[in-house]
Design a protein around this ligand. Structure first.
Ligand code: FMN
Length: 396
């Protein structure tokens, strides 16, 4: 039996098998097979470390703080089982430093775990990490935990090869660990946690099964407060889907992916008809451009240009414009914005620009009429009225 393992803990092979059979994929947004990642860490030389990613930089997500606060032991069950299987002696639970109460809850739950009493088990530390969209990207997180700025670093080496203190490191999302715990106790049923926000009665974290529809999730959040015009799936790096068809979509990641959609880190955000879609897309894109860590040209300049082009459509000086040629001083046309989106994909050190490009490209397609109307007639009367959920408010 591996050093530090409890008699009931699985070996790493048994854990990998169980996760493979369950088909568990990560809940941090990329949907990567958890068994593959675990196997890669276990195959490295040197004692591995574990980082529980609770950064939750996505403004429309609340599920990680919910799980850390209200399902703390379910998360810790998974974390400690993985630590024992990997013989990891170091675990960092990284939590957005603004979530002071959440940090306190996790620390209290750790103090009450019998497996960790009297210095037994791995050293588990809760670390407050900087807020910000890109700070939760795994190399940025590791760089911060290793004493650097919370900015992405070049790969390779990947974190599974050289991560925390240069050790092989498993970085997985908070929910992924909770789901690992469910797999090990036979309670995994492919349901997941989703944050439902926007034009609903109350922003709510709900458990959804693969057969739950978008409409079902909206009902679980108290129902819509404005007739939906579209639904944003997957958050600020996600994809828009037009209502009313979007309401019938089932919240099953594999099915959604066949249609070019994703739930990302578990986000369902509904846009009501009384909010200007063009204004909302411009506002979110500017926020995302400002989240760039400032290291890669396509991200710094490309996202700024895309956001600027979208903002022009909602500014009062933009009346009766035709498709611009994108030259300096000329307003960017929709074709130019589309081209800029295509140009930033896979050109950054991390996937941040890819997410923004995906978000904007889907908006240009789903809200084609609204965009074309803004190009021809300039801003509408709803432009700039603001969204129901400003990032800073939802994140609070
Ligand atoms: C720009 C960017 C931001 C990210 N932010 C988060 C985050 O806040 N929380 C998170 O768990 N993963 C985030 N990720 C994904 C992580 O890099 C990593 O893939 C994830 O933590 C792995 O966990 P999983 O395998 O359980 O999904 C982000 C990725 C990118 C590209």
């Amino acid at each position: 039996m591996a050093r530090g393992a409890r008699r009931t803990d699985p070996t790493v092979d048994a854990l990998v098998d169980a996760l493979e059979r369950a088909g568990l994929r990560g809940h941090g947004g990329a949907y990567f097979p958890t068994a593959t990642k675990l196997r890669a860490v276990a195959a490295q030389r040197g004692r591995p470390a574990i980082v529980v990613n609770g950064s939750e930089g996505e403004p429309l997500s609340r599920k990680d703080r919910f799980l850390l606060s209200a399902r703390t032991d379910a998360v810790l069950d998974g974390v400690l089982a993985v630590a024992a299987a990997l013989s990891a002696d170091t675990v960092v639970i990284a939590v957005d430093g603004q979530r002071v109460k959440t940090i306190g809850r996790v620390q209290a739950a750790l103090a009450a775990r019998p497996e960790l009493a009297d210095g037994a088990g791995p050293a588990v530390e809760v670390v407050a990490v900087p807020a910000g969209f890109v700070a939760g990207q795994e190399t940025a997180l590791i760089n911060f935990l290793n004493g650097g700025p919370a900015k992405p670093t070049a790969t390779p080496p990947f974190v599974f090869e050289r991560g925390l203190a240069r050790r092989p490191t498993l970085v997985s999302n908070v929910e992924t660990f909770a789901q690992i715990g469910r797999v090990l106790t036979g309670n995994y049923d492919a349901s997941r946690w989703v944050t439902v926000s926007g034009a609903v009665a109350k922003t709510t974290v709900v458990a959804v099964g693969p057969a739950t529809t978008v409409a079902g999730a909206l009902n679980a959040a108290g129902g819509v407060t404005d007739p939906p015009s579209a639904v944003l799936l997957g958050g600020y790096g996600g994809v828009w889907a037009a209502a009313p068809d979007a309401l019938e979509l089932v919240l099953d990641e594999a099915t959604l992916r066949t249609r070019g959609l994703t739930l990302g880190a578990g986000i369902v955000h509904v846009l009501g008809e009384s909010t200007c879609a063009v204004g909302e897309v411009a506002r979110i894109t500017r926020w995302m451009a400002c989240q760039s860590s400032g290291q890669c040209g396509p991200c710094v300049f490309g996202l700024d240009a895309i956001a600027g082009g979208l903002e022009q459509l909602c500014s009062s000086g933009a009346r009766h414009r035709v498709e611009g040629d994108g030259e300096r001083g000329a307003p960017a046309g929709l074709g130019q914005i589309e081209r800029w989106c295509a140009m930033v994909v896979r050109r950054g050190g991390c996937a941040h620009p890819d997410g923004v490009a995906r978000f904007v490209a889907s908006a240009l397609s789903v809200f084609a009429e609204e965009f074309s109307d803004h190009v021809t007639h300039g801003p509408c009367e709803r432009c700039g009225t603001g969204a129901s959920d400003q990032p800073s408010l939802l994140a609070a």
